[in-house]
Design a protein around this ligand. Structure first.
Ligand SMILES: [Fe+2]
Ligand SMILES: [Fe+2]
Length: 277
């Protein structure tokens, strides 16, 4: 690994103990709802941010949630875990470290749209149990850009110049930095001791067929491409442009089923306001 890139990873802050503990509890069958809520409540900005997401139009809850304890009961531990992790990523780390530059432009909306699409996609396929994990995977899939923020604006400008010259985004990153933001995300997840299924999905969201845990990486790959389409408008070539056909085929969908599902998902996304950052 290039020494500058290795240094950038060293500068990615470690996950605070209370966020790491969330993963331990959730993987522990005796994990208590109350403990999850108590851990989130230890961090006031995390609580505020998480409640904002819980009360967003996406969840369409019948009542306004005013406490994390209520959120855990209504949404489940795993959803709150994902929201807490993403809230930590988007607000605490980025703002505290002044990393609001180009790498992260539009990141909050894109991550949220991807998370929604991951969840809806699995729900539409009847995979309700994995839908919450997929939501988290969608929220954190571009977390590698956090490490790239530490490389400085010049490196970003070099990547952007290659993209402007017609290179594909990941190829430009590999050329200039020696790795893609997806691979960098895999390193950040390992540093943060994020569960393997999520780590794989982050690392392979642009190369889903290389993932050991292929289904989740395929889901995130499809959802994040659709999120781009949703946020920028459907390309003339249709909503599936840029998605590996093998990704939906490996999930058991044929081309017509995928096209119809993608169209439905994008309509739902269009009708769902994003929570304010
Ligand atoms: Fe990405
Ligand atoms: Fe993305």
């Amino acid at each position: 690994m290039d020494p500058a890139v290795a240094q950038a990873f060293d500068r990615v802050p470690m996950l605070p103990d209370h966020i790491r503990r969330l993963f331990t509890i959730i993987n522990d069958p005796d994990g208590a709802l109350r403990e999850v809520a108590d851990l989130v409540c230890r961090d006031p900005s995390l609580t505020t941010q998480s409640l904002r997401v819980c009360n967003s139009a996406f969840f369409s809850l019948p009542v306004e949630i005013t406490s994390i304890h209520q959120a855990v009961v209504l949404l489940g531990m795993e959803m709150v875990q994902g929201i807490a992790l993403a809230s930590y990523f988007q607000s605490s780390v980025l703002q505290r470290h002044g990393l609001t530059g180009g790498w992260m432009d539009g990141a909050a909306d894109h991550s949220m749209a991807t998370a929604y699409l991951c969840r809806w996609f699995l729900q539409a396929m009847g995979e309700h149990l994995l839908a919450a994990t997929a939501f988290t995977a969608g929220l954190i899939h571009d977390i590698g850009k956090l490490a790239f923020c530490h490389l400085g604006a010049e490196v970003e400008a070099e990547v952007l110049a290659l993209v402007a010259a017609g290179h594909e985004w990941c190829a430009a990153e590999r050329e200039i930095i020696g790795m893609t933001h997806a691979e960098a995300g895999g390193h950040v997840c390992e540093r943060w001791q994020i569960p393997e299924m999520l780590t794989q999905a982050v690392r392979h969201h642009h190369t889903p067929l290389e993932s050991i845990d292929e289904p989740m990486a395929c889901v995130v790959h499809i959802a994040e491409r659709l999120a781009h389409t949703g946020l920028t408008g459907v390309d003339e070539a249709g909503p599936l442009v840029g998605i590996e056909p093998a990704a939906w085929q490996s999930l058991g969908l044929d081309d017509a089923e995928m096209l119809s599902l993608a169209t439905d998902l994008l309509k739902t996304l269009e009708a769902t306001p994003m929570p304010a950052a």
